[in-house]
Design a protein around this ligand. Structure first.
Ligand SMILES: [Zn+2]
Ligand SMILES: [Zn+2]
Length: 339
């Protein structure tokens, strides 16, 4: 079969590889679509680690093609997947935070993922129930949003976003826009998206932002929008430390600031500690999502047609390497490889 392999930073290629088969407890999926994540691009840039030679792709959707002995799956079933393998025994796993398991492995980084015609789903992952049935009527490129949308739901819920509460989203790229769609669905508002690119600001307005702002005007506009109080929830959906001072300024007293995006290694920021003490601003991060949010995402995706606006770039498997270079040029929003 054809698959994309990651060899080293700057080098990926579509190659012929042996087709996988399902051993006991395993499942083989025929892939329909796999999303390209900014973290995949960070691996390509050498900012994040992945195994040399691995097939990338952790945002995958497909159907069950082969069921190994004893695996709980049905051939032809349309599924999305939580790509995390974990021990199931540590305190994080027991508390429901499989994404924080110290022995976590992830499909697409440590084990072969979804930029391929087929993928073998390891026994542990099948046994933990990480294959989620999805509505076959939902287009494949939207089903492939299961993992990123679960991550966004983790951010939204951790920020305690709720109906009638204002929210600021710093970064109007694909993940910022997924925050906007989710926050709208939660009934939050007013919502402001901060984004330097005018084209992306226009998409944010189209998707229901109450206001959009270039970074330099964000604080003034944010004050106008919130009666001077600023925002109880601020999501940072861009991975540059330069965005942090603004994100903190946008938080109101008792506000929550989530560092949702990953940062380049050794990024740092000097913090005015009294924002934390006297203003009780709470700064935290989220990465991936506890498993229950994958179920919630699987149920929500078919009901959010606006998600379609976010997947702007679609590639065939033969052209999958181009998906990386297009992302480096920040061309479009989210990319998906359609098999
Ligand atoms: Zn992702
Ligand atoms: Zn664990």
């Amino acid at each position: 079969m054809h698959a994309l392999r990651f060899y080293e930073p700057g080098r990926v290629a579509v190659v012929d590889v042996p087709e996988p088969h399902a051993g006991p407890g395993e499942v083989v999926l025929k892939l329909h679509a796999t999303g390209l994540c900014n973290s995949d691009v960070r691996v390509y840039l050498g900012e994040k680690k992945a195994a040399a030679g691995v097939i990338p792709g952790h945002e995958l959707s497909g159907e069950v093609a082969e069921v190994g002995q004893g695996a709980d799956a049905r051939v032809g079933e349309v599924i999305g997947l939580c790509p995390i393998l974990c021990c199931g025994r540590c305190s994080f796993c027991r508390d429901g935070f499989r994404n924080r398991c110290p022995s976590r492995k992830t499909l697409g980084y440590d084990l072969d993922g979804g930029i391929a015609e087929y993928v073998r789903v390891p026994r542990e992952l099948v046994a933990m129930g990480h294959l989620l049935p999805m509505d076959p009527a939902t287009p494949a490129h939207l089903r492939a949003l299961l993992e990123p949308f679960a991550c966004v739901l983790n951010s939204i819920e951790s920020l305690q976003v709720s109906a009638g509460n204002a929210m600021a989203i710093v970064g109007g790229g694909p993940m910022g826009l997924l925050h906007l769609i989710a926050a709208r669905a939660w009934g939050a508002g007013p919502i402001m998206v901060v984004e330097p690119d005018a084209g992306r600001r226009a998409v944010a307005l189209e998707l229901g932002a109450d206001a959009v702002a270039a970074p330099e005007e964000a604080l003034t506009l944010g004050r106008d929008l919130t009666g001077g109080e600023l925002f109880p929830a601020v999501a940072v959906a861009v991975g540059f430390a330069e965005a942090i001072p603004l994100a903190l300024d946008l938080a109101r007293r008792l506000g929550w600031v989530n560092l949702f995006a990953g940062f380049p290694p050794s990024s740092s920021h000097v913090l005015d500690l009294n924002r934390v003490h006297y203003d009780e601003v709470r700064i935290f991060g989220t990465q991936n999502a506890p498993f229950h949010l994958y179920g919630k995402a699987a149920r929500l995706i078919p009901r959010l047609p606006a998600l379609d606006r976010v997947v702007t770039n679609r590639y065939t498997l033969a052209n999958a390497a181009e998906a990386y270079t297009a992302r480096l040029g920040k061309d479009g929003l989210k990319s998906a490889v359609l098999m």
